[in-house]
Design a protein around this ligand. Structure first.
Ligand code: ZN
Length: 303
């Protein structure tokens, strides 16, 4: 490894591009204005007759756009080739650092050149083991150094992932406002809050009535009958503990309130709006049981 490190270090100070770069455009007002609009930056220094460019635009003036960047140098390709051969085949950008030496103004002509500033010793990170490579771009305006842009990457061999214990389904957050609901679930009851002031039913559980503001309430037990008011089928992104595709339904209970739940016992692509469903309880693991809904016309088989 030490041997490899010596060989990598030998590239420090070498140019990253085959030839020095020239900005595609002079520093100009339209690009400054677009940048400020995109960033929501209303600093008055960036408009008007004495406008300067936002310093953080430094790299923007060096970008190749859709027509591409200038070619990498042989040194750059060799360095990355050495890292690849040594097994450090993955790459991740870690940080970037800029230094501003003089403001850029409309009309400035930008030139830049990049070099391989440093290669770190072998480091072990959560992602894996490898070498950090820092490149530095010096940006000049009309020949005068205006700023530097350092960019650091980690070129690494991915750590072998330990096989994880099977992911557990997320736990519900149980608090003073909804504890009664979960106590009901433990007894295989689906409890709906009923306002003590106006009698309105509400779900999910809340400390006060949205209709009249009363904090008084009791509960009614749902009959368990409902229909699919709406639904989505989850394909992506995958979450640990969930195996897509699966149907998530907005269930309208016979009592009139709606709740989000899984529709089970029926293929995900057979779930339909208006489909009658029936309350069931799904034992997820030793700690967690959830109210779910299965197709109630008898062929679901989730019983
Ligand atoms: Zn009320």
């Amino acid at each position: 490894m030490t041997d490899l490190y010596e060989r990598l270090k030998a590239y420090e100070g070498r140019a990253t591009a085959a030839s020095p770069g020239v900005g595609k455009d002079l520093v100009n007002e339209p690009m400054i204005r677009h940048w400020c609009e995109a960033m929501g930056d209303t600093n008055p220094a960036y408009s008007g007759p004495d406008a300067i460019a936002p310093p953080t635009m430094l790299q923007a003036w060096t970008m190749g756009g859709l027509s591409g960047h200038s070619e990498r140098s042989a040194a750059h390709d060799e360095l990355f080739g050495l890292l690849d051969e040594a097994g450090y085949t993955s790459i991740v950008a870690t940080d970037c650092e800029q230094e501003y030496l003089r403001p850029l103004r409309p009309g400035d002509r930008i030139t830049f050149d990049g070099l391989i500033e440093s290669v770190s010793e072998l480091k072990t990170t959560k992602l894996g083991t490898g070498h950090f490579v820092t490149t530095r771009m010096d940006v000049r305006a009309d020949g005068e150094l205006a700023g530097t842009h350092r960019f650091r990457i980690l070129k690494y061999a991915p750590a072998r992932r330990k096989p994880k214990a099977a992911a557990r389904r997320p736990r519900p957050v149980i608090n003073r406002d909804n504890a009664g609901f979960w106590e009901g679930v433990a007894e295989h009851k689906l409890l709906i809050q009923r306002c003590g002031g106006c009698g309105a039913l509400r779900f999910p559980w809340l400390p006060g009535c949205g209709a009249c503001g009363s904090a008084e309430w009791d509960t009614v037990e749902a009959s368990g009958a409902g229909t699919v008011y709406s639904y989505v089928v989850m394909h992506h992104p995958p979450f640990p503990a969930f195996a897509p595709p699966y149907a998530v339904g907005l269930i309208e209970l016979a009592e009139g309130v709606r709740m989000v739940s899984n529709v089970v016992g029926v293929p995900y692509d057979k779930v339909r709006i208006g489909m009658p469903v029936r309350l069931d309880f799904l034992r997820v693991d030793e700690e967690l049981e959830l109210p779910v809904f299965s197709c109630s016309d008898g062929d679901g088989g989730a019983g």
